[in-house]
Design a protein around this ligand. Sequence first.
Ligand code: KG4
Ligand code: ZN
Length: 369
Amino acid sequence: MRVLAIETSCDETSAAVVRTDGEAGPLAHGDPVAESVVILSQDIHKIFGGVVPELASRAHLTALPAVIDQALAQAGTTLEQLDGIVATQGPGLVGALLVGAMYGKGLAWTLSKPFLGVHHMEGHLFAAAIEDRTLKPPFVGLLVSGGHTQLLDVPEWGKYTIVGATKDDAAGEAFDKVGTLLGMAYPGGPKIEKLAKEGRPGRFKFPRPMLGELGHRGPDEYAFSFSGLKTAVLRAVQGSKDLEQDRADLCRDFQDAAIEVLVEKTAHLTEALGYPTVVVGGGVASNQTLLAALRKRLEGNARVLAGSLRLNQDNAAMIGAAGAWRMLRGERSGWDIEPRADLPVPELVGQTPRRCDAEAPRRRDAETP
Ligand code: KG4
Ligand code: ZN
């Protein structure tokens, strides 16, 4: 199975050619190989401090044909040689999704090839499978990016229970908004991690939101909330007499607080389920401080896998891996398929997601922190 994959859910225009060599089953991810991955990050949003949906759609429209051509050329293949086309169906910004999904569907229709819409979050889980062939469920998934924060129970590929999600800001969104408060250009996440290394811990007493719920077996046991933490940083910034002097310490204490909550909830769930593996995905999975803390906390109990920086960010290779796995199992989308900003997680087992469990379509819009 060899597919062209398209990802345009937010501000990366991406195309990839992905081949699956292996079997596709509940425990087998199909051994995905990314023959090419082209990722074009849209710079325009830097000016606005967040993603502007309308600009994102237009930039996708302009860039997508060339991005696809380059992905095909890098893989040394043509559209005619492919077995199918897959594209992100949701969740994400609806206008941005529309460009990629309709382009992919149109291509498939004209080529008389099968088309499949893919769930973006399932893609983030499959990213780790591209780089680690040994990855096998059951595992706990921690998906952290600019648009989502989700803790998942994954007993098998294709079976996902959202055990916890953010009630307000996503983890990456909190990093970005704190970055803006500290005068950093968007996205603030990587800059905060870098500067935090120079900071002294413990000067600012920031809250560990919802950590107290852990162990109480209530509906919020594994839920996250980052907006109060962001406000606490705002108050500290307002109270600072010398922001230049305090910036590194603020980064350190904010990051320590955010990471402690993510690590404790993930580790607790992993131990409660008795799973041997944790998969961390999404842009914030590039935070090496987070990964190191999680590995230390779970040492001897579970291994922690995360993709490379390139495959943690939004990219089409992960969509291709998830899509090829499903296509190999015989799945096809009908020609009436449409993108959905709030697409529910496929084959959701157990609890029904609350509103906050779905990836909010415009969480990362430009707005005041
Ligand atoms: O997955 P991604 O590329 O796009 C979304 O789906 O949102 O994630 C981007 C997010 C941004 O919020 C960015 O600040 C964050 O990932 N990020 C980081 C780091 N690298 C990227 N956050 C914290 N530490 C990092 N090193
Ligand atoms: Zn994403």
